[in-house]
Design a protein around this ligand. Structure first.
Ligand code: NAD
Length: 487
């Protein structure tokens, strides 16, 4: 049994029935693809439109299911994040795939260019793509990669998270009603089903989830040499620069942390604040967060933590830090609700390095605040850890901003706000190192899920014999080649 004791994530026993079911779908998709060939632009647009239509038709059901699955998630938020977010990505692909599909002419080397040879790069579908989603954005983490997967002419099998069973059921129902599984299928279930899916020879796999499970997925994929896009998480650092406007930064960070109850892969995790301004920032953040969510218990605007296990996980991080001497402040300043899974934002101030919250991604309504004296300390601290998925900087000092961006590496960066760059439709979204590999969104999604195939078309006679380039080799050939060994 493989295992990762730190994350308590273990490989699971294979679900044989799921393996057979998904294997049969994959086989059908492969046979259909070989019979039909690559879909043209109109067919790709029609498939994407079918997904848009099912999301529009089932938007209310999805929002209601998400509210029930979370034990409290505003329907307006679910419509914005999961439904509109997905539809926007799908429309962008639908409206641009024609341009993306245009073959890309490339120069041919001499002397064949003069003989009329041509070359181009064409983008062909890889085949069938497996897409595994998370619970925190259950529709978006499936549909946003699907936009690129379908634009590139692939077929797909989706696997929603088991932590949101009602949402998974609505999606399963809608996808099976709209699609023949030989184009798009959906399978539901837990880690055993995901394990079965990742053990099968898909032509590409998109996994969104934790770094710990990402390692298991990549190990499974390696057995079939299956290419993977891993959209993982991490501790996204947020830097308040020396000249930052504290009230503005606090407001934007509060909005980011209140979004989905902090359960977002790019949610600010650790905030570095100039030491002398730390107390002022705590008060500014408390004020800004309280303005958004003045109460927590029974407040329908506050997104609940998705499960008791995750609520206990986040509470455990805070308690562990407090036990190790960290100061804890709440926004709003209320006690933890006696029931339910809604929580105020817990600001965990200066926890020691060995506190669990300094090591693990928080992924919930808590935030680490650390004071600093010099920006170099912050850059060194970020570089000492795994590459984060996102990095945020607030401040007006352009040299400091450049130092932060140039000397660190993260999946993406937002300056002067948080969580904005993932919304760019035509810019890659993805991690680097421990926060993931590969990326999608817009054209980058089309490229990620296509095979870039070089095509050379010969023209004119074959003159290599006349040029003395073929056996039997002569001294003249050697001299000709030697003359080309140049700097
Ligand atoms: P998770 O890793 O627990 O689960 C994700 C998916 O993996 C689920 O569908 C689950 O069924 C499946 N899975 C579980 N065990 C498996 C196994 N042994 N083999 C194969 N698949 C398995 O993650 P989660 O709790 O659903 O989501 C939270 C994590 O996802 C956070 O780390 C967050 O940062 C990350 N995330 C990343 C992005 C991104 O775009 N980069 C987006 C959302 C969430």
């Amino acid at each position: 049994m493989r295992g990762d004791p730190r994350h308590n994530v273990r490989a699971v026993d294979m679900n044989i029935a799921a393996h057979e079911q998904i294997s049969a779908i994959l086989d059908r998709q492969r046979r259909a693809r070989l019979a039909a060939g690559a879909p043209d632009a109109d067919e790709r647009r029609a498939r994407i439109q079918q997904v848009i239509d099912l999301l529009v038709d089932r938007a209310d059901d999805i929002a209601k299911a998400l509210d029930a699955d979370f034990g409290g998630r505003p329907e307006g938020y679910s419509l914005m994040n999961d439904v509109v977010g997905s539809i926007t990505a799908l429309k962008y692909s639908r409206d641009n795939l024609g341009d993306w599909m245009t073959p890309d002419e490339r120069p041919v080397f001499a002397p064949y260019d003069q003989l009329g040879a041509t070359a181009e790069v064409i983008h062909q579908p890889k085949g069938s793509v497996g897409i595994i989603g998370t619970w925190n954005a259950p529709v978006y983490t499936l549909m946003s990669p699907l936009a690129g997967v379908l634009a590139a002419g692939n077929r797909a099998v989706l696997k929603p998270s088991e932590l949101v069973p009602r949402t998974a059921e609505v999606l399963a129902d809608a996808v099976s009603a709209a699609f023949d599984p030989e184009v798009l299928a959906i399978v539901t279930g837990g880690p055993d089903v995901a394990d079965a899916l990742t053990s099968l020879p898909f032509d590409h796999l998109v996994f969104t989830g934790s770094s710990a499970v990402g390692k298991l997925v990549m190990a499974n994929a390696a057995t079939n040499l299956m290419p993977v896009t891993l959209e993982l998480g991490g501790k996204s650092p947020t830097i308040i620069g020396a000249g930052a406007d504290l009230a503005d930064a606090a407001h934007r960070i509060a909005v980011g942390k209140a979004t989905n109850g902090g359960q977002i892969c790019v949610s600010p995790d650790t905030v570095y604040v100039p030491g002398a301004r730390l107390d002022d920032f705590v008060e500014a953040l408390r004020g800004a967060y309280t303005a958004l969510l003045p109460t927590i218990d029974g407040n329908a605007d506050a997104v609940a933590i998705v499960s008791d296990r995750h609520a206990a996980r986040v509470d455990g991080y805070v308690t562990d830090a407090a036990d190790r001497g960290a100061r804890i402040e709440s926004a709003p300043d209320v006690p933890l609700p006696a029931t339910g899974r809604r929580r105020p934002l817990r600001m965990v101030i200066e926890p020691p390095v060995d506190a669990v919250i300094r090591q693990e991604e928080i992924f919930g309504p808590a935030l680490v605040l650390l004071g600093y004296d010099d920006i170099d300390e912050v850059i060194d601290a970020i570089n000492a850890g795994p590459n984060p998925l996102a990095l945020y900087y607030f401040g007006t000092d352009t040299a400091e901003q450049a130092a932060v961006v140039d000397r660190t590496l993260s999946g993406g960066v937002t300056v002067g706000d948080v969580m904005m760059h993932p919304g760019l439709q035509d810019a890659p979204f993805g991690g680097v190192g421990a926060s993931g590999m590969g990326h999608y969104n817009g054209r980058e999604g089309f490229l990620e899920f296509s095979h870039a195939r070089a095509v050379y078309r010969s023209a004119g006679p074959d003159l290599r014999g006349e040029w003395g380039m073929l056996p039997p080799y002569t001294e003249q050939f050697r001299a000709m080649m030697a003359a080309q060994v140049t700097r």
